[in-house]
Ligand binder design. Structure first.
Ligand SMILES: [Zn+2]
Length: 252
């Protein structure tokens, strides 16, 4: 295969696995600097959790547990993330008006990029105005870490009535269940980069969207002893979807 073809695959690079995070492996897998070497859009979390990571245009932000957003320093340890080189030349399409997260998912699932590549991974950037936005962020924990589902019980929920910003999303196909979380997963950062978090719900939204298809997947595993002792083969998807405030996807 010619080199040019290989490089058009735009691989998703992931640090750690979803099941490791679900079981409370909140230890550092990489730094923000390393994550940013692998893409300019991304989602993730930090050592001990301590917020929601969203990467847009090569800049990492933390939707922090106090409801603010701030820049992530390059040395900050990341427990889990998905990063990808976004195709900024991908077609722009309007998803609005949609009236819910499920509505946005339905629009994205009908796009040719997804229907023609159901077993690939996808990222999306959706920019516009959202009403009744509800996001959450999670506290920073120290060892011994709880399971993710226990950690998110004390999550902090923040709401905004009308807000401009960008939703960054990743879609994982069902067969990668346990390595990733099947379906779409969205984080938000506002236009002033001062408010963000994991998207739980929104009302009316008018969004300009782009989708990038990713036909390669690179996994970077934690090297510490606690990771090697985890039983990662269990089916923790339902537990994790509940912890993330998400409904089971139709993409499985
Ligand atoms: Zn999230």
């Amino acid at each position: 295969m010619p080199l040019e073809e290989e490089t058009t695959k735009r691989p998703v690079w992931q640090a750690s696995t979803l099941n490791a995070l679900a079981l409370g492996h909140f230890d550092a897998t990489c730094t923000a600097f390393e994550a940013l070497r692998h893409g300019d859009v991304g989602l993730g979390s930090f050592e001990g959790l301590g917020g929601e990571m969203v990467v847009l245009n090569g800049v990492a932000y933390n939707g922090a547990p106090d409801g603010t957003a701030r820049l992530v320093a390059q040395y900050e340890p990341v427990s889990f993330c998905m990063m990808a080189p976004f195709d900024h030349y991908a077609p722009v399409f309007l998803s609005g008006p949609v009236d819910s997260v499920d509505g946005l998912v339905a629009v994205l699932e009908q796009r040719r990029e997804v229907t023609k590549g159901r077993n690939a991974l996808h990222s999306c950037i959706a920019t516009g105005t959202v009403s009744h936005l509800r996001v959450r962020s999670v506290d920073r924990f120290s060892r011994p870490y709880p399971r993710l589902s226990d950690a998110t019980e004390g999550q902090h929920v923040f709401e905004r009535e009308r807000i401009d910003g960008t939703i960054v999303g990743f879609r994982v196909p069902g067969y990668l269940s346990g390595v990733g979380l099947p379906g779409w997963h969205f984080h938000f950062i506002d236009e002033h980069r001062r408010f963000g978090g994991h998207v739980i719900a929104f009302g009316q939204a008018s969004l300009a969207c782009q989708i990038t298809r990713h036909d390669a997947y690179e996994l970077s595993l934690p090297e510490d002893r606690s990771f090697s002792e985890l039983s990662l083969a269990s089916d923790l998807v339902e537990e994790t979807l509940r912890a993330e405030g998400m409904t089971p996807p139709r993409t499985r």
